[in-house]
Design a protein around this ligand. Structure first.
Ligand SMILES: O=P(O)(O)OP(=O)(O)OP(=O)(O)OC[C@H]1O[C@@H](n2cnc3c(O)ncnc32)[C@H](O)[C@@H]1O
Ligand SMILES: [Mg+2]
Length: 173
């Protein structure tokens, strides 16, 4: 099976590979830097989900792969509190679409203020932790779960939801 992934972020790529391994599916992977066609910092479930879907569509088209996968990280407001939100999409060559959402927890007020001021979560997390490249490492979810859930394991859960829906669909169609 030929899987095209719409990112060059190694954490997301590893999450996809690991989920296919867990599902015991043999697959070849290619990855492309594709446009999400949403803002660099999505600020709602709808926008984050659309970013994932656009990435999946672009990746699938790149090489007419059997499956395209897109993963997108964003944030959303709930009753005045800013939460992490994460989405994934799987698109088949026939155009069937599967989507899934992942873990989300509240972010500190300092981060929320930065987002309101127009900053992106990546640099804000680096500033918050006095480190660089958090988004390529454990991610905000790792920092705020004391590393019990990492950005990779969080995206893995999303991809498992996608692959599960996809294989179920294939088995009944
Ligand atoms: O290369 P791509 O695939 O674009 O990977 P990315 O790390 O930029 O991830 P997203 O575009 O999906 O994330 C959208 C924005 O939110 C940031 N972000 C999302 N989740 C994050 C996390 O867990 N930790 C740090 N930054 C995060 C990220 O830096 C972007 O500004
Ligand atoms: Mg990005």
């Amino acid at each position: 099976m030929n899987i095209a992934i719409g990112t060059k972020n190694p954490v997301k790529i590893q999450a996809v590979k690991s989920a296919f391994e867990q599902a015991q599916l043999d697959a070849d992977f290619t990855s492309y830097d594709v446009p999400s066609e949403v803002s660099a910092q999505p600020i709602s479930d709808e926008e984050t989900r659309l970013g994932a879907l656009n990435r999946a569509r672009h990746a699938q088209l790149k090489e007419h792969a059997e499956v395209g996968i897109g993963l997108e990280g964003g944030v959303k407001w709930i009753e005045g509190t800013l939460y992490l939100c994460n989405w994934g999409a799987l698109v088949t060559a026939e155009g069937t679409v599967f989507t899934a959402m992942g873990a989300g927890l509240p972010l500190p007020e300092e981060i929320a203020k930065g987002i309101e001021a127009g900053s992106e979560l990546g640099p804000l997390m680096d500033h918050f932790t006095s480190r660089t490249g958090i988004r390529h490492a454990e991610g905000a979810i790792g920092v705020f779960t004391n590393n019990l859930i990492t950005r990779q394991s969080m995206f893995e859960q999303i991809v498992l939801q996608l692959v599960g829906q996809y294989t179920l669909h294939k088995s009944v169609n």
